[in-house]
Design a protein around this ligand. Structure first.
Ligand code: PAF
Length: 282
């Protein structure tokens, strides 16, 4: 089935279920505004299963009242054009009423304490809303595999935890971050940046690289190296710069040695950007 050039567009849960009956499915959940980062997820899905579904749904549950739900980029025609010829069988593009017929669902997934740190601290309720829609999408499509980008590392961690904690029969496949030539991680929000902000934004990745290079001198040296890169950037307002233990996603203790992940979030003009990278602390 994955030789179809033009994906079918399915808007109801019943139609998607009927279409996927008896098939081994790989799902790529997205909120649309597809860029090369999403296409890397889609390509991995095509390698994993005979039937590939891309969901496109801007999930109101994961946006706070002050966030960019209304202006979040939506371009279904452009997204379909981007997916053409990539081996995607269908695009699931439900309305909010189809996903949440009674409005906000009474029963939702709670992300727990890790969901209240880092992104969750700045965006209360975000991860509960994200996990709730992901649980619904996994329940609707019942995929053998679901693709998630490493760029949203905390999201990936929490989805992996949900699937493990609730015994969901889907393998979560992490996919490496896709970057511009200057290191800026691809994001649908990059389009909000002015030319000056766009020129400043790669400092986020440079800071992560500096942290990784200094990691063999310990956590304080890694953080100081990252901070010194960011200090010179007036257009970047850092929200957090943290190093976590990858298995728990908790901050590493001062004497920690081993694999770790540095995470950064910053406001760059109108865009809240996040990025992360692996490092080894010694
Ligand atoms: O990463 C995203 O685009 C969204 O958080 C997701 C996983 C599609 C859930 O709405």
């Amino acid at each position: 089935m994955s030789t179809v050039t033009q994906p079918a567009v399915v808007t109801t849960i019943a139609d998607l279920r009927a279409r996927l009956e008896g098939r081994t499915v790989a799902l790529t959940p997205t909120m649309g505004a597809l860029h090369a980062g999403h296409l890397a997820l889609v390509d991995e899905a095509v390698r994993r299963a005979e039937t590939v579904v891309v969901s496109i749904f801007v999930n109101p549950l994961q946006f706070g009242p002050e966030e960019d739900l209304d202006r979040y980029p939506r371009d279904l025609a452009g997204d379909l054009a981007a997916l053409e010829g990539r081996g995607v069988d269908c695009v699931f593009a439900p309305s909010a009423a189809e996903m949440y017929p009674d409005g906000r669902p009474q029963v939702t997934v709670r992300a727990g304490s890790v969901g209240e740190t880092l992104e969750g601290r700045s965006r209360p309720g975000h991860f509960d809303g994200m996990l709730t829609v992901v649980a619904k999408l996994l329940g609707i499509a019942r995929p053998a595999f679901a693709m998630f980008g490493q760029k949203d590392a905390q999201q990936l961690h929490l989805v992996q935890r949900m699937v493990a904690d609730l015994d969901v029969a889907t393998t979560i496949v992490p996919v490496e971050t896709v970057r511009e030539a200057d290191g800026l991680a691809l994001s649908s929000r990059n389009r909000y940046l002015s030319p000056e902000e766009r020129a400043a934004a790669p400092a986020l990745h440079r800071a992560l690289e500096a942290a990784a290079s200094a990691g063999d001198r310990g956590i304080d040296a890694a953080l100081a190296a990252a901070q010194s890169v960011l200090m010179g950037e007036e257009l970047i307002e850092v929200d957090y710069l943290k190093v976590v233990e990858p298995r728990t996603f908790l901050p590493v203790p001062d004497d920690y040695r081993g694999p770790a992940r540095a995470l950064i979030a910053a406001q760059v003009g109108p865009a809240r950007l996040i990025d992360n990278d692996a490092l080894y602390l010694n």
